[in-house]
Design a protein around this ligand. Sequence first.
Ligand SMILES: [Zn+2]
Length: 138
Amino acid sequence: MINAIQQIEEKIQEIKNQMLALGPMHPGSISKQYHVCGQPGCRCKAATKPQRHGPYCKLRYVHQGKQVCRFVRPQWLEELASQLEVYKTFKSLTNQWIALSIQRARLAFFDASDKKLLPHAPATTKNATRNRKSKPQS
Ligand SMILES: [Zn+2]
């Protein structure tokens, strides 16, 4: 079991090393938008084949529960796109680290051979309580 924990710790160390190597990052995604302006007779309002203005690139992300939206200048698009990729890598490494930590805790603190999970804590919402059928305890 100690050996298995050591193996997990080595994997975690490898993830930490990969995280240290990450460059600048940013959360979110970039989307393209086309606009229709207010000028009469503009090409964006043509009856046939209207050509809307754009594309304008928009960055959207959520941070601490707050959604943020910003226009991205064309000259920063490439750099920002690569930072979004770095962020994805960061998230993936973080998830792997968490998964390994859970695995490690199972070996260290819990009986790994016991596959049975503890029942969930009773739901606190009224609906969940009302809909709950009493199940026979096994
Ligand atoms: Zn227009």
